[in-house]
Design a binder for this molecule. Structure first.
Ligand SMILES: NC(=O)c1ccc[n+]([C@@H]2O[C@H](COP(=O)([O-])OP(=O)(O)OC[C@H]3O[C@@H](n4cnc5c(N)ncnc54)[C@H](O)[C@@H]3O)[C@@H](O)[C@H]2O)c1
Ligand SMILES: O=C(O)CC[C@@H](O)C(=O)O
Length: 387
């Protein structure tokens, strides 16, 4: 029975897809597979029996990807499954940055007991006036699942949309409206746009990308939206830019101790994917990825191992090997089977960066000795037999 541990609550419609050959356990160390949302995993001890981690969401900066790869633990995410939820909150963010909804709402609440409130509002409302987004320039940095949706809806809301993503995938580019201006240098977004929204992953290369050098190029009164991750923005530089009026509003889904109470910062408590629909989509996708991996050894949507689809095994056994992407591995694997007189009837081998994954369908059950001889090959990280 495969043991599943959830580090965060995962929507029931996903969990219900585990049949009675799976058992949900409380003990992380006992799990064969783990489901997680935003729980921080960097300091957790990863047991040798852990085969896979599925992130029910997009961002994987809470998971030690290299450490997992090195231990032969396949990490999945659920690309696009919560993109619409985030896109809709970004629309709210654009409006929150434009109209003083929070100020106006708070004023009405504070004056709710005033019998003359219906009249007073007419004098008061000038303090909460704003601007419209139609006709304004929206810069979208990162045109993946979320950024492409934001860019397209920006256009439909009447904005002039500039999109920047030097690594955009072919699929994402197809999803993008032809009305989105393709920007090749991010500086053009900084110089031209009234609203700038970031939708890139948190990586060493993107950390602090919205900083004083970027602000120096921006228009006075620019509005910044960050529904991606807090570390993309240099908080000290942001606080200075807000104080000087360079940035008029900073709307972010990632409050932290530095930024949360600052004037003209509108923070939400990481709500981007907190919709029933997004939570359901992520849970279903994550559980399906785990089930296909546990039962068939197939890998779809992994962020640290290659995609690998060997279908269902119709032979006596399937041997799945996580290993380093180095020369001579396949010869050694097939040699190990041959030395035991085992016929390999089918095989798939894929690589991604420093790591590779090979699947062998063999005509008889793999005994402990065979597994041992494959495990002992230099560069092998994990061996699993499905039979
Ligand atoms: N607020 C939330 O609840 C919430 C929900 C989902 C995702 N997110 C965050 O949003 C990020 C994006 O999500 P997604 O689903 O669109 O991911 P995605 O992988 O589909 O898209 C990310 C895009 O960023 C691009 N990119 C990478 N580096 C870049 C750079 N330096 N400049 C410009 N583009 C760059 C990639 O090419 C890719 O197209 C996630 O990594 C996550 O951190 C937040
Ligand atoms: O799971 C969540 O609530 C947030 C998910 C989001 O940050 C993501 O990166 O997908």
């Amino acid at each position: 029975m495969a043991k599943i541990n959830c580090l965060n609550p995962i929507a029931a419609c996903g969990m219900d897809l585990f049949n009675d050959t799976y058992e949900v356990v409380d003990d992380f160390a006992a799990a064969d597979a783990v489901l997680v949302r935003s729980a921080a995993m960097h300091d957790l001890e990863l047991s040798d029996n852990l085969l896979a981690i599925a992130r029910a969401g997009a961002g994987v900066n809470n998971i030690p990807l290299d450490k997992c790869a090195e231990k032969g633990i396949v990490v999945f995410n659920t690309p696009g499954a919560n993109a619409n939820g985030v896109k809709e909150l970004v629309i709210a963010g654009l409006l929150l940055a434009s109209r003083d909804l929070m100020g106006g709402y708070n004023w009405v609440k504070e004056n709710a007991s005033d019998e003359n409130i219906a009249k007073t509002v007419e004098k008061q409302k000038k303090h909460y006036a704003g601007c419209e987004i139609m006709g304004k320039k929206l810069g979208v940095i990162g045109l993946g699942a979320i950024g492409a949706k934001v860019a397209n809806i920006g256009f439909r809301l009447g904005m002039e949309v500039y999109g920047y993503d030097p690594y955009v995938s072919v699929d994402a580019a197809w999803r993008l409206s032809s009305h989105v201006k393709h920007i090749k240098n991010v500086e053009d977004i900084y110089k031209e746009c009234d609203y700038i929204t970031v939708h890139v992953p948190a990586l060493d290369s993107t950390k602090g990308m919205i900083n004083k050098d970027a602000f120096a190029m921006m228009k006075d009164g620019v509005k910044i939206l960050n529904f991606a991750r807090d570390i993309l923005v240099n908080d000290d530089d942001m606080i200075e830019a807000l104080a000087s009026g360079k940035v008029a509003k900073y709307v972010t889904d990632f409050p932290n101790a530095k930024i949360a109470g600052v004037d003209n910062v509108i923070t939400l408590p990481h709500l981007g994917a907190s919709t029933e629909e997004s939570e359901d989509n992520c849970a279903v996708m994550a559980v399906k990825e785990i089930v296909d991996f546990i039962e068939n050894g197939n890998i779809k949507n992994s962020v640290n191992y290659p995609a690998c689809d060997a279908g269902k095994c119709s032979e006596a056994a399937r041997v799945c090997v996580c290993h380093k992407n180095i020369p001579n591995m396949i010869t050694q694997f097939t040699g190990a089977f041959a030395s035991k007189g085992i016929n390999v009837s089918d095989m798939v081998s894929k690589s991604k960066g420093d790591y590779a994954y090979s699947v062998f369908d063999i005509s008889e059950k793999a005994d402990e000795d065979t597994v041992k001889s494959i495990s002992s090959i230099d560069g092998v990280l994990k061996v699993r037999v499905i039979q």
